[in-house]
Ligand binder design. Structure first.
Ligand SMILES: Cc1cc2nc3c(=O)[nH]c(=O)nc-3n(C[C@H](O)[C@H](O)[C@H](O)COP(=O)(O)OP(=O)(O)OC[C@H]3O[C@@H](n4cnc5c(N)ncnc54)[C@H](O)[C@@H]3O)c2cc1C
Length: 422
C-alpha cells in the first residue's frame, strides 16, 4: 500500500488509484489525510484552490471550539445524553488540538491566553455568569465571571457591563498552523494536489472514480471536507450547509502602551451579540484583529470594512481614526442545527459544519472521520457522528436569504442593546 511521492500542493496528475481520496485540504482534510497516511493508507487530497486558501489560513485563530445551540436546544434535537456528550467532546477536541500542536512541535504561535466575553447589559451579565458557573461544574473548565467594576483588568473599554473569562481558550496563527499541518501530511506521504478541483465523484461497484481536470483517480473510500466552500461536486452536502462570509480587519501597528491599555492581558475577545465581533491581538501582539459576519456576497470590501471599523471604534473610541493594514474575508459553514457533523451517505463520508469554530473542530472531526474510515471503532467514536443535518428548504447553493437573516440578527441585537440601556 505505498503512498507514492509526496506532492507539494501544486496541480499535478494524481496516481491512478489510492485507498482514500479527500476533497478539500483545509484543517479537516489534512488532519484526516495525516491520520490515514500514518496508518499506511495511500491518500490523495485535492483542493480547488491553493491548500489552505479556504477558511483554514484566513481565520481569527481563536481556539473557541464553540457549540452554538444551548444544552436545551441540543436535547430537543437529539436527547439529553447526546447533548452532554457533544459538550464534553468540545473540551476533548480543544485538548486534542493543544496536545497535537505540542507533540508535533507545530510552530504556530499558540498561546493559551484565555478568552474574555463581554456582556451587553447587566441582565446578559447575570445569564453569562450563571452559564460560566454551570460550565465549570459540568465540564471542570476554569471559567469565571468578571463584574463590571473589574472589567478594565481585561479590556480597556467601557462598552460592556462585565463579562466572563474562559481559561481554556487561546489563540494561534492560522496560516502557520495550516502550514505545519501540510508539512506533516506531506511528510507522512499524503499526495496533496492544489489547484485541482474534484469535478465528479462516481461510484463504480466497490470503488469510486474521482475526477479532476488533471486526471481521474480510483479510490476505495472518499472523504469530503469542503465546509464553507462546498460546490456542485457534493450536492447532497451543499443543500445542507450554508456558506456565510466572515470578514476580518487588522489595524496598523499600535504602540505597546496602547496595547497594554486596550488588551492588558492579551486575551482573545468575544461578545454575546448575535452578530457579535471576535477580536484579539495579532500573534505578534502589535495590532488588533477584529472579525464579524458579513451579509453580502459582492466583491466590494468598502461597506463591510467600514462596518467593522465602526464596530472597532465603538469598542475602543481612541481607535476611531486608526489606519487599517488589512481587510479580508472567507467562508464559514452553517447547518440548520448549528452542530459540526461527521456522516456517511451512499458510501461517501462527510466531515463539516463547523459554524465558525473550526480551528478546534476541523482537526478533531477530520481525525475522527479518518479513524472511522480505518475501522478503528474506539478512536472513531464521536457524538458528532450522526444523521446528516437537515436540508435547507429552497436552497441549492445560492444563499439568497442570508442578507435577510443577517438583517434579522442585527435587529435582535439592536433590541437587546436598547433593553440593556433602559
Ligand atoms: C474570516 C474567518 C474567521 C474565522 N475565525 C475563526 C476563529 O477565530 N476560530 C475558529 O475556531 N474558527 C474560525 N473560523 C472558521 C474556521 O476557519 C473553519 O471552520 C475551518 O478552517 C474549516 O476548515 P475546513 O478544513 O473544514 O475547511 P476549509 O479550510 O474552508 O477548506 C475547505 C477546502 O475545500 C476546498 N474545496 C471545495 N470544493 C472543492 C472541490 N470540488 N474540489 C477540491 N477542493 C474543494 C476549498 O478550496 C477549500 O480550500 C473563521 C473562518 C473565517 C472565514
Amino acid at each position: 500500500m505505498g503512498s507514492g511521492p509526496a506532492r507539494t500542493g501544486a496541480c499535478t496528475a494524481p496516481a491512478r488509484s489510492v485507498d482514500v481520496a479527500i476533497v478539500g485540504a483545509g484543517y479537516a482534510g489534512l488532519a484526516a489525510g495525516l491520520t490515514l497516511a500514518r496508518a499506511g493508507r495511500s491518500v490523495a487530497a485535492f483542493d480547488a484552490m491553493h491548500p489552505g486558501e479556504g477558511a483554514s489560513s484566513r481565520n481569527g485563530g481563536i481556539t473557541s471550539g464553540s457549540i452554538r445551540p444551548s444544552h436545551a436546544a441540543i436535547t430537543r434535537t437529539f436527547d439529553e445524553a447526546t447533548a452532554y456528550a457533544i459538550e464534553a467532546e468540545s473540551k476533548t477536541a480543544r485538548e486534542f488540538l493543544y496536545d497535537f500542536i505540542r507533540s508535533e512541535e507545530i510552530d504556530c504561535d499558540f498561546r493559551l491566553t484565555g478568552l474574555f466575553k463581554g456582556a451587553l447589559g447587566f441582565g446578559q451579565y447575570d445569564t453569562m455568569a450563571r452559564g460560566a458557573e454551570a460550565l465549570a461544574k459540568r465540564l471542570g473548565i476554569e471559567t469565571y465571571a468578571v463584574p463590571h467594576g473589574e472589567q478594565e483588568q481585561y479590556i480597556g473599554s467601557g462598552f460592556y457591563r462585565g463579562g466572563v473569562v474562559r481559561k481554556d481558550i487561546g489563540g494561534l496563527h492560522p496560516g502557520k498552523f495550516h502550514a505545519g499541518l501540510l508539512q506533516l501530511a506531506l511528510a507522512a506521504g499524503v499526495a496533496v494536489h492544489g489547484h485541482t478541483p474534484v469535478t465528479a465523484i462516481r461510484r463504480e461497484g466497490a470503488t469510486f472514480r474521482v475526477q479532476t481536470p488533471s486526471g481521474t483517480v480510483e479510490a476505495r473510500q472518499v472523504l469530503v471536507c469542503t465546509n464553507g466552500y462546498t460546490d456542485g461536486v457534493a450536492p447532497y452536502l451543499r443543500r445542507r450547509l450554508v456558506p456565510v462570509r466572515s470578514r476580518i480587519i487588522v489595524t496598523e501597528e499600535l504602540s505597546a502602551e496602547v496595547m497594554d491599555r486596550l488588551m492588558p492581558q492579551r486575551m482573545m475577545m468575544g461578545e454575546g451579540r448575535q452578530l457579535g465581533y471576535y477580536y484579539r491581538p495579532t500573534p505578534d501582539g502589535k495590532r488588533i484583529l477584529l472579525g464579524g459576519r458579513e451579509s453580502g456576497h459582492g466583491g466590494d470590501a468598502t461597506v463591510p470594512t467600514q462596518r467593522l471599523r465602526r464596530g472597532l471604534a465603538e469598542l475602543f473610541p481612541e481607535l476611531e481614526g486608526v489606519h487599517l493594514s488589512h481587510s479580508w474575508y472567507g467562508n464559514v459553514a452553517m447547518n440548520r442545527d448549528m452542530l459540526p457533523r461527521i456522516f456517511e451517505k451512499d458510501g461517501i463520508v462527510y466531515a463539516s459544519g463547523f459554524c465558525g469554530s473550526g480551528v478546534v473542530w476541523a482537526p478533531w472531526v477530520g481525525t475522527r472521520a479518518a479513524h472511522r474510515l480505518l475501522g478503528n471503532g474506539e478512536e472513531g467514536r464521536s457524538a458528532l457522528f450522526s444523521r446528516p443535518p437537515a436540508a435547507v428548504p429552497l436552497y441549492r447553493g445560492n444563499p439568497w436569504f442570508m442578507p435577510a437573516i443577517i438583517r434579522g440578527y442585527a435587529l435582535q441585537d439592536r433590541f437587546a442593546w436598547w433593553r440593556s440601556k433602559r
